[in-house]
Design a protein around this ligand. Structure first.
Ligand code: MSP
Length: 556
């Protein structure tokens, strides 16, 4: 965290910082939240929760929020026949509710319509202008209204629509029109070397590697590094932040939006000293569609203002639904609030983080969600806890005291103990690489072996005779120890299920850190004799969907 070198072509110092800073993208309020939006937030949330788990005294800022300016929003408000402010308030509220409902533990929810953001954007603009990196000019080119951007000829293709030839953006398919207007231009072209250097000197500047490479290729390809227009005439885009000293121009939405991260870090509202404790972001989570903005424009803007670019941009892929692109026109947009009702919120969290892989697209399918949650959360995790806590096997409702010297010599327990001793480090390596699915996989594998171990000892037989009580206690204790360790390690993925599990096992709040997952009961014996908590031992109820119930009834 405390590198001192300063080798960049463009001058900015590499800071010594004391606060970790995590961000999600800020969400457009032109549409309601879907699982893709939730996914970006969950990745950032699980990452910051992992950081907290590892170093619980570390100060963390975690920002999320909404992107509220531009013609897209102007149009959406008009379509809904509401005022711009009313419209933005309502949709922004939905994004905030989404985060709250899915336990996204943000410390700052930023809206680009806030006064603190306006002053940050204007201060940042003035900084770029003072360095001579923004100039006014007439900009000519093909403009795509939907994407709010000028496009070069190589980014266009001709299509036929209603018998007419039409030029559209190759990337988005949206139509373009020739436009000529006064704009402020940012000298992006003079940042090529700096960007290449930034990427090359840090393999983890953009991860996974696939996106690091895509970005380098893009930067080297020429087109992406042309000077860009950073304002729009306010006659066209009035819903935005005015350019300082030129109210006829509105700051380009992407410059406005990217600066939200500086607003959250206190660029204009904290002392320089406090801002330096936070800057730069340690992890910025984005989806692949916004890689160019975060991997080219953003670091260039920052270097232009003598600020260090983000330490790590984590780019994820997209969700398709039943193997099709998710889109309004296909009417297959998955509403996370609705699905959270069916699968529980932690259930949906678990599915998205368990199935999503950063480097390639994931597919959402309801049958898959149902099967995965029933198999892993209900039958594997939940089942083991309810077995251990049932009065018939555990009449004293406790972590039984056992003879550790004896059980650690038995073959059947040796294997489970070994498995469990490896698990924390295996998970740590996967969490550090943001491979959440691998973490879940390792935890579930451990729980499988604990279930097998438990069954192989036939506890329902052992309970019948006082002579075998010692073996029953050993089976219970080890299974519960396994649940304790898994419960701690699952916290970044399923915070609420973990909480219920750890509460039931009477694990104190101060005993839920990563270090605690490596302090085993056979070493410190802290849990021997500890009474179980009073709460329910049902962690996750098997889900039976209405159609399934009907099918079963029909069969029956
Ligand atoms: N407002 C901009 C971001 C500005 S950040 C300075 C934006 N907003 S968005 O609402 O359209 O998208 C926000 C996030 O949702 C992006 O990370 C995007 O990748 C993600 N997703 C949108 N659709 C998605 C899927 N189908 N699947 C996964 N994530 C996707 O872009």
């Amino acid at each position: 965290m405390c590198a001192k070198s300063l080798i960049f072509t463009r001058k900015y110092s590499v800071a010594t910082k004391t606060v970790s800073f995590f961000t999600t993208p800020i969400y457009y309020v032109n549409a309601k939240p879907h699982i893709g939006h939730l996914y970006s937030s969950l990745i950032a949330d699980a990452s910051q929760r992992w950081q907290k788990l590892k170093s619980h005294n570390q100060k963390i800022i975690f920002s999320t929020g909404t992107d509220e300016h531009g013609t897209k929003i102007q149009r959406a408000a008009k379509m809904h026949k509401t005022t711009l402010n009313g419209y933005c308030d309502a949709i922004s509220r939905e994004y905030r509710d989404l985060a709250d409902n899915f336990s996204v533990e943000y410390s700052d929810f930023i809206r680009t319509s806030e006064v603190r953001h306006k002053s940050t954007v204007q201060a940042f603009w003035e900084k770029l202008a003072s360095k001579g990196l923004i100039y006014k000019s007439t900009y000519q080119g093909y403009y795509c209204v939907s994407d709010e951007t000028f496009l070069s000829e190589s980014q266009l293709k001709e299509v036929e629509q209603d018998g007419r030839k039409l030029l559209v953006s190759t990337e988005s398919g949206h139509p373009v029109e020739w436009s000529e207007e006064a704009n402020y231009i940012f000298k992006l072209s003079s940042f090529r070397e700096d960007l290449v250097y930034w990427l090359k000197q840090n393999e983890r500047a953009v991860i996974p590697q696939k996106f690091h490479k895509i970005l380098l290729d893009l930067i080297n390809s020429g087109d992406a590094l042309k000077d860009i227009s950073v304002s729009r005439p306010s006659s066209r885009v009035h819903w935005g932040i005015p350019v300082p000293n030129d109210p006829d121009q509105t700051v380009y939405v992407w410059l406005d939006a990217l600066v939200n991260y500086l607003t959250a870090a206190g660029y204009t509202h904290s002392s320089k000293e406090d801002f330096n404790k936070v800057w730069p972001p340690d992890l910025q989570v984005i989806g692949k569609d916004i890689l160019k903005f975060h991997g080219v424009y953003w670091p260039a803007f920052l270097m232009a203002a003598d600020l260090e670019p983000p330490r790590c941009i984590l780019c994820h892929s997209h969700w398709t639904v039943d193997d099709e692109k998710m889109s309004k026109s296909k009417r297959n947009v998955v509403n996370p609030m609705e699905k959270g009702e069916v699968y529980t919120r932690d259930g949906l969290r678990y599915f998205l983080l368990r199935e999503g892989v950063n480097h390639s697209d994931g597919n959402y399918n309801d049958t898959k969600v149902l099967r995965l949650l029933n198999a892993e959360l209900a039958d594997t995790l939940g089942n083991l806890l309810s077995r251990c806590c049932g009065k018939s096997l555990n009449p004293n409702q406790e972590f039984p005291r056992i003879n550790f010297d004896k059980i650690s010599r038995l073959d059947v327990t040796k294997q489970l103990i070994k498995h469990l001793e490896n698990l924390p480090n295996v998970c740590a390596a996967h969490y550090d690489d943001y491979n959440f699915y691998k973490c879940a996989d390792a935890i579930v594998a451990t729980l499988h072996s604990a279930n097998l171990f438990f069954e192989s000892l036939k506890p329902w037989e052992l309970k019948k005779s006082p002579e075998t009580k010692e073996d029953l206690d050993a089976a219970l204790h080890l299974a519960m120890e396994c649940l304790r360790v898994c419960g701690i390690l699952l916290q970044p993925l399923t915070p609420n299920i973990s909480e219920a599990l750890l509460d039931k096992l009477s694990v104190l709040r101060s005993e839920r850190t990563f270090e605690d997952s490596r302090r085993f009961s056979w070493e410190n014996r802290e849990f021997s004799g500890r009474k179980l908590g009073a709460g329910s031992a049902v962690l996750f109820k098997r889900i039976v969907l209405a159609e399934e119930k009907i099918k079963k009834a029909q069969k029956g």
